[in-house]
Design a protein around this ligand. Structure first.
Ligand code: SF4
Length: 390
């Protein structure tokens, strides 16, 4: 599998918890940024050696990709199709914020080829949305989901957040029930992380807000696990649930399976055959670097500010650390052997001994042989398992 990620680092306003590479008040750069994305895509298609010649997934992430014009999204998808080749049933996802998803845009995105929408609802409670600094209210979120369904989207994912200061277990339960009533195909549930440098972090530091305790946050997570499985969802990744395998996020599975992807745009990362590359995070710098390709030969990764070539052992560690997040399928011993010429047990004997003795993971039989998969206890203590492979 091979995916292309396009980063759209524009937001109307910065949420109070956000530490992503994104900027508010820079919409005037959108046309130039769109043109630079096209140039970077074309340039990389010509200059990168050894990349798969078919793209299985495309992901427009942000930031707020729904701030882009529908026709730009269509041109970008057409560009990927003509320059790289697009698989017949490629998953093409776009992240959208409810306050920016007008019905006309939703219909236009579907026509452009987007077949999966990931909608950043975060909460159905007004007070949570105000506290988080989101631009939308609960009814806008509901309207966005209805209009996406009406437009014809058959694969809709909702993002929800738990552990918001002041949120109770029953408040979280109500959020889950409201999300389920909208019949999403996929849910991503994230615990709020208070990142230094964000307004929410400062509000908690100075005592203005009380953070949710670790115990309550863990109870919220377990409540989600039990509720969603009862509702027929498959818990296939630590933070992700789907209505069956057909709705698992294929693009994100490329990350979790440590497979190759190309990132374009400011702040985008690429991972190709052990080479890790990060583009400049600054919008103006990105546009300038990409525009200068026209006047000078820049080789591949013209907007890169960091490059790192990983050795084989580090790749093996990453493959375990990321793959163990996949709670349904875990890491296939056969896939590991095909890729690295060694079995998991040969590379990580001590780590496996510890994890298995503590019953944090177990071997389960799949069609291609044994997979190492987290147990329920391992899911709840996931970080202790992942740290074994750092
Ligand atoms: S919409 Fe998303 S990317 Fe934009 S500021 Fe809010 S959390 Fe950050």
């Amino acid at each position: 599998m091979f995916g292309i990620y396009l980063h759209i680092p524009f937001c109307l306003r910065r949420c109070k918890y956000c530490d992503f590479i994104t900027y508010a008040g820079k919409e005037k750069f959108l046309p130039g940024y769109f043109a630079a994305l096209i140039t970077e895509l074309r340039h990389q298609a010509k200059n990168l050696q050894d990349i798969p010649r078919q793209v299985d997934t495309v992901f427009f992430g942000g930031g707020t990709p729904s701030l882009m014009k529908g026709e730009w999204i269509e041109i970008l998808i057409d560009c990927i199709r003509s320059e790289y080749g697009l698989a017949k049933h490629a998953e093409i996802s776009l992240e959208a914020n409810p306050g920016t998803l007008a019905p006309e845009l939703t219909a236009r995105l579907l026509k452009a080829g987007v077949n999966r929408l990931s909608i950043g609802v975060q909460s159905f409670a007004d007070r949570d949305l105000v506290l988080l600094g989101r631009i939308h209210n609960p009814s806008q979120a509901v309207e966005s989901i209805h209009s996406a369904r009406q437009a014809g989207f058959r694969n809709i994912s909702l993002d929800l957040m738990f552990g918001i200061p002041g949120q109770s277990l029953s408040g979280w339960q109500s959020n889950l029930q409201q999300a389920l009533a909208l019949q999403p195909d996929h849910l991503s549930l994230y615990s709020l992380i208070l990142e230094p440098g964000t307004q929410l972090f400062d509000d908690v530091q100075c005592g203005k807000l009380q953070p949710v305790s670790e115990d309550l946050s863990a109870d919220m997570y377990e409540l989600a696990m039990d509720t969603l499985v009862e509702e027929g969802f498959s818990h296939y990744e630590i933070s992700n649930w789907s209505r069956g395998e057909g709705f698992e996020a294929q693009h994100n599975k490329i990350y979790w399976k440590n497979q190759p992807y190309l990132g374009v745009g400011a702040g985008a990362h690429s991972s190709l055959n052990g080479l890790r590359v990060a583009n400049t995070p600054l919008i103006e710098d990105y546009i300038k670097r990409i525009n200068s390709i026209r006047s000078a030969e820049k080789g591949n990764f013209p907007a890169a500010v960091e490059r790192l070539q990983l050795d084989s052992y580090t790749m093996q560690q990453e493959t375990m650390m990321l793959g163990m997040r996949l709670t349904r399928e875990g890491v296939s011993d056969q896939e590991f052997l095909d890729r690295f010429g060694k079995r998991i047990m040969d590379v990580f004997p001590k780590e496996l001994e510890r994890i298995l003795a503590r019953k944090l993971a177990e071997w389960r039989t799949f069609a291609d042989g044994p997979h190492l998969v987290l147990t329920r206890g391992g899911i709840l203590l996931g970080n202790q398992v992942f740290q074994e492979f750092v």
